[in-house]
Design a protein around this ligand. Sequence first.
Ligand code: ATP
Ligand code: MG
Length: 379
Amino acid sequence: MKKQRVKLTTTEKSELIVEAIVTIILLLLLNLSIVILIHLTFLQDPNLKHGVFFFREHFLLFNGEISSAAQIVTLIMIVGDFVVLYWRLTRRYRQMQLRHIIDELHDIAEGNFDHRINFLVNRNLQKVVESINLLIDSTVNTMSEERAIEKSKDELITNISHDIRTPLTSIIGYLGLLKQENISAEDQAKYLDIAYNKANQMKSLVNDLFEYTKLSSTDAKLNIVKINIYSMLEQIAAGFELEASNHNISIEVTARPKDLEIEADPEKLVRVFNNLIGNAFKYGKTATKIVLEANLVNKDQVELRVENNGEPIEDKLLKRIFDRLYRVETSRNSETGGTGLGLAITKGVVELHHGSVRCESNKDWTSFIIRLPLKATVL
Ligand code: ATP
Ligand code: MG
């Protein structure tokens, strides 16, 4: 934005003129009194008069223009008058600039946050103006960030309540059916089963939500211990054996070096792997293989990978996949039953460990890659 000088109002301009006139009058009176004073002093003291003539003859006579003491005194007074006049007027002008800046500040404080002060003022005041503008910028940024957080919280509540209401409605519906008297034992068992499954679905959603909010809170804590990562991965893989044989998928575990040990929170890490492997089963359509891998990449970092050779995830979706509640399938709580909190929790856990997580997907492999520090910094 182009900076401009402070534009004075007519009143301010007249104020300046009055100030100038008053100052000139006062200065003229002062000059007059000085002249009278000098005159009186000279008349009363002839020695002094003689001294001044001597001074003039020896030091100033070579300059032909200033040839008398009266002229010198007049010149000094005129210069002095101009200096005083200039000083008074600039001082008053700066006060007016300040008044304009304060007015602008009031305007901004009343909620006009798009406004910035773009006056061209003297150097020191300019610094103040720039700092004020920066302060407004950062306040506006903080406010819009807060608004975004507020909005995303509202969205979370809306989505979660929708996800809770759907199974709850069917539970109430089936329980209502069960209350009927003329219901066959077979139907009774079927309705009970559905209601039970829906209740479990609700429970896992609430658990996920609880876990997610716990991770996002500032006082989230890790329970760090030394973990032999290979045996942990083997144990996790064993837990998925049944599902793997049902899906005709093989799970392969590798670690380099085999005795690789990391400092991490095992419970939270297991949660991460359970979600990633669960996702590979649920969404890795046509997959025949799931690979769990742990590699030491450099002296203080490990890379953990969960890969499957199923259908790839589209590039444009990859970026959003870690967003809270984001699911590639548009219908929430559909066949696959997820809530979309799994990857957000994964990211939360990894970041709590000061690590990072990303996803790569091509026609051969979909890989979730986690980098963790070998040694935990939070103990
Ligand atoms: P939740 O884990 O909370 O039960 P979810 O599995 O749907 O629900 P996320 O784990 O966060 O949620 O996964 C988000 C979305 O990312 C999934 O809905 C799915 O569309 C996609 N996705 C995740 N992993 C894979 C994968 N291995 N292959 C293909 N798509 C995947
Ligand atoms: Mg999941």
